[in-house]
Design a protein around this ligand. Sequence first.
Ligand SMILES: Nc1ncnc2c1ncn2[C@@H]1O[C@H](COP(=O)(O)OP(=O)(O)OP(=O)(O)O)[C@@H](O)[C@H]1O
Ligand SMILES: [Mg+2]
Length: 234
Amino acid sequence: MLEISNLVCRYGKVEAIKGISLSIKKGQLVALIGANGAGKSTTLRSISGVLSPTSGRIMFEGQDIARCSAREILMRGIAHCPEGRRIFPDMTVEENLDMGAYLRSDIEGMNADKDRIFTQFPRLAERRRQVAGTMSGGEQQMLAIGRAIMSRPKLVMFDEPSLGLAPNIVEQVFEIIDGIRQAGTTVLMVEQNAYSALDLCDHAYLMEAGSIVLSGKGSELIDNDHIRQAYLGG
Ligand SMILES: Nc1ncnc2c1ncn2[C@@H]1O[C@H](COP(=O)(O)OP(=O)(O)OP(=O)(O)O)[C@@H](O)[C@H]1O
Ligand SMILES: [Mg+2]
């Protein structure tokens, strides 16, 4: 479904991504792990078109999207739930969800998806008219996830969905992401919580300093010595 080859991204003179290649098959949950500054968020930003890559190819369903605008990439079916729960704080919960579907015109389908999200996240249903900025961190994260899936994406990307959440909420968020995959949506997830990510995913990539240094099945990487020592605490 997604095939990245030799992708290079620069911020001015800094080369944040140094020629990475990775692929995601339809229906998979793929995890991207690595230390702070490794280039994980930059990778997601270049896929979603927020950032224009310096060189390389990003093939999505057989077409190169590396030079497409963020809007066009969303229209093709890739949604991005960015780092740090960037919801619209002054809008209500429901308005935030509607914003996630701003490119859609099938009102009935949108309402059905919204109802499904409210069933899945009862907290959001109770707070549908609450101003989003006044919700707790965990509630805002659920809203950010809900908003991303309101575009009915083929591929959804989550950047550190568990960041700053209490352990029981973290578990809930991972269950929700697993549910999104089980419903047939392909998922690319960036996570600091390496153990949970490797446990949940079909396939994982490890990034270090702008390069992919390891990849394999999640279960294989959990047993890898380097990963154990550097990311799983021995
Ligand atoms: N807007 C920017 N301008 C300049 N440098 C940037 C910018 N955004 C990121 N970088 C640099 O690019 C590198 C990769 O950053 P990126 O945010 O992709 O890392 P990350 O793997 O997501 O890290 P973290 O786990 O801390 O979120 C870092 O060295 C960072 O300082
Ligand atoms: Mg990041």
